[in-house]
Design a protein around this ligand. Structure first.
Ligand SMILES: C[S@@+](CC[C@H](N)C(=O)[O-])C[C@H]1O[C@@H](n2cnc3c(N)ncnc32)[C@H](O)[C@@H]1O
Length: 272
């Protein structure tokens, strides 16, 4: 009798392979490699992608993709290209299936991989719903990314790297950061012939600094770094306030300045 039942089951499996395979149904709270799966609610996903101002020109990486909902929303609602990295192979396959069902498989891809061993350096936007310790472990890698890369985390901070924006919905928080350029240290400033020495002290996106004005170290005012964009001002030895704005590229800054006395022009600075 048992033999007949087994033979029948085997015949069924051969004739109807789909019936023999159970569809994978992920369970909220199921174990993941470093953190369990809990999906981000839709309205938080929407806010996260809006905080990052995602557009069709972005490449969004969701670190720990779960069922793929963030990567799918980035492609479907915002027209971006997106990649979700998910460690659990069944979950990654399920998420890729969700992308296909949503009709965005051409733009949203879910790859099986470990977020600590997969290269996401090409991302223009990173989204995460992980844990504080995992955010902290990713932080050095994120800070090495292209200045201006936007980062959004559901629920968890980056410790002493303060967020540029915090949004709240029904008691849930989403944190936003922009990767700052590195300007720490000394720079030689050239404003069309006039030279001065600048010095910046940087802690993540926060900067302060000084400018050499002969024997005086003048303090910088309104010093602000946002991705690769920098602004600062100082009052020169004639009591004229000079406002600078520009962009930082590796080892160089350049932009325009305007002084209270009406002078304006271009400036550049090179790293010492
Ligand atoms: C809290 S869920 C977030 C899912 C999705 N990002 C969202 O917000 O809806 C975290 C996901 O990360 C996955 N995960 C855990 N450790 C991982 C690792 N080291 N690399 C890749 N994925 C990981 C889990 O399997 C889980 O699906």
């Amino acid at each position: 009798m048992i033999r007949i039942a087994l033979a029948f089951a085997a015949t069924l499996a051969l004739a109807f392979p789909a019936a023999a395979q159970k569809t994978y149904e992920p369970q909220v709270g199921q174990a993941g490699k470093d953190v369990i799966w809990v999906p981000t609610p839709d309205e938080v996903v929407d806010r996260m992608l809006r905080m990052a101002q995602v557009t069709k020109d972005d490449l969004v990486y969701d670190l720990g993709a779960g069922d793929g909902k963030i990567a799918i929303a980035a492609a479907k609602k915002f027209g971006a290209r997106s990649v979700g990295i998910e460690y659990n192979p069944d979950m990654a396959k399920h998420a890729q299936g969700n992308a296909e069902k949503a009709g965005v498989a051409g733009r949203a891809r879910i790859v099986q991989g470990d977020i600590f061993a997969t290269d996401f350096s090409q991302a223009t936007v990173i989204t995460m719903y992980l844990l504080p310790a995992l955010n902290l472990k990713l932080r050095p890698t994120i800070l090495q990314m292209r200045p201006g890369t936007r980062v959004v985390s559901h629920s968890f901070t980056m410790e002493d790297w303060e967020a540029d924006e915090i949004s709240s919905m029904d008691g849930r928080r989403a944190y936003f950061w922009m990767v700052p350029a590195n300007v720490n240290g000394g720079w030689s400033l050239d404003t069309g012939g006039d030279k001065a020495e600048l010095s910046f002290e940087q802690r993540f996106q926060k900067i302060e600094g000084t400018v050499g004005l002969g024997h005086t170290q003048g303090g910088l005012r309104d010093a602000r770094l946002r991705g690769a964009n920098i602004t600062f001002a100082y009052v020169d030895n004639n009591g004229v306030k000079r406002d600078y704005m520009g962009r930082v590229t590796s080892g160089k800054m350049e932009g325009t300045f305007r002084a209270d006395n009406g002078t304006e022009g271009r400036w550049s600075a090179t790293k010492k």
